[in-house]
Structures are given as structure tokens and as C-alpha cells.
Design a binder for this molecule. Structure first.
Ligand SMILES: [Zn+2]
Length: 81
């Protein structure tokens, strides 16, 4: 599986958005990550590691869009600049 990804971190350092392109199916994953705002201690990091092992990630939300929808998304972002 060939995937390309980019991550944008929120200025608050508690959130992030990841955009991943899956070349195999020609679709894009938009993932919203929530890492929390407080400084994490040892046990919090162990809990996060367990979540990653159990669920493969800390992703809060994820949508899958096709390449036409992705083009619309990019066009919208360009117009907003
Ligand atoms: Zn944030």
C-alpha cells in the first residue's frame, strides 16, 4: 500500500489534522487527532500507547473522500486564502 501523509498541528498543541493519500484506492483520509492539552505524565503516555496498540491510533474522527471531493476541498482552501 502506497500512502503519502502530511500533518498540521494546532497552535494549541492539543490537536492535529492529518491528510493521507492512498494511491491504491485513489482516496484521501482526513483525520482529526486529539492529543490533549495538558503535559502528559508517564502513565498518560502508557495509556496513549495502549490506545495506539489496541486501536492503531489516537484518531478522534476520520473521513474518507474521493479525488473529486479532494479537488473541491483544495479549491475551497485556495479561495479562502
Ligand atoms: Zn487546538
Amino acid at each position: 500500500m502506497d500512502k503519502k501523509a502530511i500533518i498540521f498541528k494546532c497552535d494549541c498543541y492539543g490537536h492535529a489534522i492529518e491528510i493521507t493519500k492512498d494511491d491504491e484506492i485513489n482516496e484521501y483520509y482526513l483525520q482529526h487527532w486529539y492529543m490533549g492539552h495538558h503535559k502528559k505524565g508517564f502513565w498518560d503516555r502508557i495509556k496513549d500507547a495502549w490506545k495506539i496498540i489496541k486501536n492503531n491510533s489516537l484518531i478522534a474522527e476520520e473521513i474518507l473522500i474521493n479525488s473529486n471531493e479532494y479537488d473541491e476541498f483544495i479549491e475551497y482552501v485556495r479561495k479562502c486564502k
